[in-house]
Write a protein that binds this ligand. Structure first.
Ligand SMILES: NC(=O)c1ccc[n+]([C@@H]2O[C@H](COP(=O)([O-])OP(=O)(O)OC[C@H]3O[C@@H](n4cnc5c(N)ncnc54)[C@H](O)[C@@H]3O)[C@@H](O)[C@H]2O)c1
Ligand SMILES: [Zn+2]
Length: 348
């Protein structure tokens, strides 16, 4: 078991290990007192892990109510958000009660946003059950839902009270969903940590607890420096400018992790070609992607990718902040004029 203390506008622990769901109730009651728990989860996770979470809370003497929404990114919208808020209100939750997000990034992002809004803020606990949520979305306090115009356009920074990552829950993931999370792990390696990159580049990772812990430490450090995403936190967008375009161009048929994997290859190729990277990282990233069952190319036209990238919310005027790898283990932010995006996208 590993415990990592996050020091943001709120301090909290991220606890990672096998069998932790059994201690959920005891941990919540010692941290949050005797309030009621509202567990929010999706229709895939509910039949697998909800009973265990409910039992643990009830054994610790906590009253539990549960809300299950249809699984998938399509549910990450204002209708589901309002469904959760109405559910909390109908059940007369107070500020002494708390919400529990049991699921992947979709559940965590929506529950966090609902918790920030309901009664102007009630405490919430994250229980990430995908690798992506464990290494990325459950830590750092970004919450959101999608609007018709784009992903994550309505959200808030709102930190959890506790993140409890039971690595047993990852055992029921499909290989594709597990691979999606590995794309983010590879991303952390390229941005910050060659040792982490080397540990995962061959695939078949067997020490997932330590891998998750390392990623959480890296995210903790960047969130402590730049909680509100004005500077260095943007490094975490490595591979993501192109990934968002790829996701949109595919009508979200290509998963986020697959799109990030391809986006990292495009950024590495472009960095080398444009002379922004001291080392060509392309081959190393391609190898890591392949060994982790992730793609490296997509069939979209560079013009289409560039056009979609320019409508991204991260654009400021005629410039976009792009993340280039300098070498494996070090990336940097570069403000580039928007017409350079076309050159970058031509590296598909
Ligand atoms: N807040 C942040 O900082 C941040 C960072 C990265 C991504 N995100 C968001 O996270 C979302 C993607 O996260 P995700 O990939 O976890 O998506 P997700 O929550 O949709 O989970 C992916 C799939 O796995 C299923 N699932 C979850 N846990 C399972 C388990 N243990 N066993 C079997 N199936 C399980 C889900 O039902 C879903 O079908 C996106 O909406 C993205 O915008 C947020
Ligand atoms: Zn991502």
């Amino acid at each position: 078991m590993k415990t990592i203390r996050v020091n943001a506008s709120k301090e909290y622990d991220v606890i990672i290990g096998s069998g932790l769901l059994d201690s959920l109730g005891q941990k919540c009651s010692s941290l949050l007192g005797k309030g009621r728990a509202a567990i929010i989860t999706d229709s895939n996770v509910a039949p697998l892990w909800l009973d265990k979470a409910v039992a643990s809370l009830k054994n610790a003497g906590t009253d539990v109510i549960t809300y299950v929404f249809p699984a998938g990114e399509d549910s990450k919208n204002k209708e589901t958000l309002f469904g959760i808020l109405e559910f909390l209100a109908e059940n007369k939750l107070t500020r002494s009660d708390f919400a529990v997000a049991l699921g992947g990034g979709v559940t965590g992002d929506m529950t966090g946003l609902a918790a920030s809004l309901y009664l102007r803020g009630i405490p919430f606990v994250q229980i990430p059950t995908t690798l992506l949520a464990a290494v990325d979305s459950s830590v750092g306090g970004k919450t959101a839902v999608n609007l018709s115009a784009g992903k994550n356009l309505m959200g808030a920074f709102y930190q959890p009270e506790l993140v409890l990552c039971d690595t047993d829950t990852l055992s029921t993931l499909t290989p594709e969903t597990f691979a999606d999370g590995m794309a983010e792990v590879i991303k952390y390696g390229v941005i910050f940590d060659k040792e982490l990159f080397d540990a995962v580049k061959g695939g078949n990772v067997d020490d997932i607890e330590n891998i998750i812990a390392r990623c959480v430490e890296l995210k903790r450090d960047i969130v402590a420096k730049d909680e509100f995403d004005k500077g260095d936190r943007q490094l975490l967008n490595f591979g993501h400018t192109m990934a968002h375009s790829i996701e949109k161009c595919s009508n979200f048929e290509i998963s986020h992790g697959s799109a990030v994997a391809i986006g990292m290859v495009i950024a590495a190729k472009a960095g080398a070609k444009l002379g922004f990277s001291s080392e060509d990282c392309t081959d190393a990233i391609v190898e890591a992607n392949k060994n982790n069952n992730l793609p490296c190319v997509c069939g979209f036209a560079p013009e289409a990718l560039a056009e979609t990238a320019l409508s991204d919310k991260k654009r400021t005027g005629d410039f976009v902040t792009f993340v280039f790898p300098e070498k494996i283990g070090k990336c940097y932010l570069k403000k580039i004029p928007i017409d350079m995006i076309k050159k970058i996208a031509s590296n598909v």
